[in-house]
Design a protein around this ligand. Sequence first.
Ligand code: SF4
Ligand code: SF4
Length: 139
Amino acid sequence: MKKTPAKLSDIFTCARCGSCCQGETTVSLDKDDQERMIAELGLTRQEVKEKYWRVTGKVVQMKIVDHHCIFYTKDTGCTVHEGRPWRCGQWPLHPSMLADENNFRTIRESCLGINQALTWEEFCHIFKELLEQEKKLLC
Ligand code: SF4
Ligand code: SF4
């Protein structure tokens, strides 16, 4: 019998808790992230920089407001979804979870969306299959 291909929902379904958008710092934006965000917002680079970015030397992050990313709202979650940094899209499926069970446990504890019923081995098996299907897996 033909095996059913793995689906993202086998290992992860976002619970929309907003926890990954909270804190006093955010992921950093690489050049592609910056361009995508500028295009999504339809503003000039300078406008986006002044309104939304925290620039420290060469490091560009998003501003923090009330202990969360400036783009996060309680009602709608991420308000720049299509223009979000790739690291936001990657979360919580970080490849380091494949290398070390402790990484898996730590990330699973901080993200309710990970299928909590799976063992590390089961999780890795499905995650690897998904990465084979799509090299840059976005959640
Ligand atoms: S990715 Fe995880 S931590 Fe972030 S909102 Fe979804 S369930 Fe919550
Ligand atoms: S860009 Fe969106 S997904 Fe990323 S931290 Fe901000 S609100 Fe969350």
